[in-house]
Design a protein around this ligand. Structure first.
Ligand code: IMP
Length: 187
């Protein structure tokens, strides 16, 4: 697995330190609110778990799973909800936890959907921001790292469902990326 990585961008230590910084900011902002973390599966799983532990606040967690409609490796912006929240978020203070914002289309769709459910407050914490790839301007309240426009894997992020369990974020070798394209759901 390691030999498929071109370069380690963020090692486990850097991720841990930044997660603790973000947690301190979030803890101060939500000191008087009932916080509900909404993790977007599967990519945000590692980050959500580590962030929740670092937060050390009373909080609830819920999860959504989404996938992009349409062919091609790029996000189409039309998102299908594979798993919805178990909780009604009306009147709740919700913090969406995402792995990466690339074009921004997925997050924009998700936020529109969640705002329509009437939360008291809806904010976004994203681990990785690929600003250069942005197509839709999107709300991001807490950002872990700005990264270059490269395809990255590890710490929850996958290519064809592999590499999620790497403890770091690394750039996938182009040879691997071009060998096979991950299957895209076509509805
Ligand atoms: P967006 O709609 O283009 O912002 O895409 C967001 C989603 O695409 C993320 O939640 C990831 O699932 C996936 N994605 C975007 N860039 C990468 C990457 O570099 N590695 C792995 N997944 C990515």
């Amino acid at each position: 697995m390691i030999d498929h990585i071109e370069q380690v961008l963020l090692d486990a230590d850097a991720i841990r330190r930044r997660t603790e910084e973000l947690a301190a900011e979030i803890r101060a902002d939500y000191a008087h609110d009932d916080l509900m973390l909404v993790g977007v599966l599967k990519g945000a799983l590692m980050f959500l778990v580590d962030l929740a532990r670092a937060l050390a606040l009373p909080l609830e967690m819920d999860f959504m799973a989404t996938t992009s409609y349409g062919p091609g490796a790029e996000s189409s912006g039309v998102v299908r909800i594979l798993k919805d929240l178990d909780t009604n978020i009306e009147g709740r203070h919700v913090l969406v936890v995402e792995d990466i914002v690339d074009t921004g289309l997925t997050l924009r769709y998700l936020l529109e959907n969640l705002w329509s459910r009437g939360p008291a407050d809806l904010r976004v914490c994203v681990l990785l921001n690929k600003r250069k790839a942005r197509k839709a301007s999107v709300q991001m309240d807490y950002v872990g790292f700005e990264i270059p426009d490269e395809f990255v894997v590890g710490y929850g992020l996958d290519f064809g469902e592999n590499y999620r369990n790497l403890p770091f974020v690394g750039v996938l070798k182009e040879a691997i990326y071009h060998r096979v394209r991950p299957a895209q759901p076509l509805d």
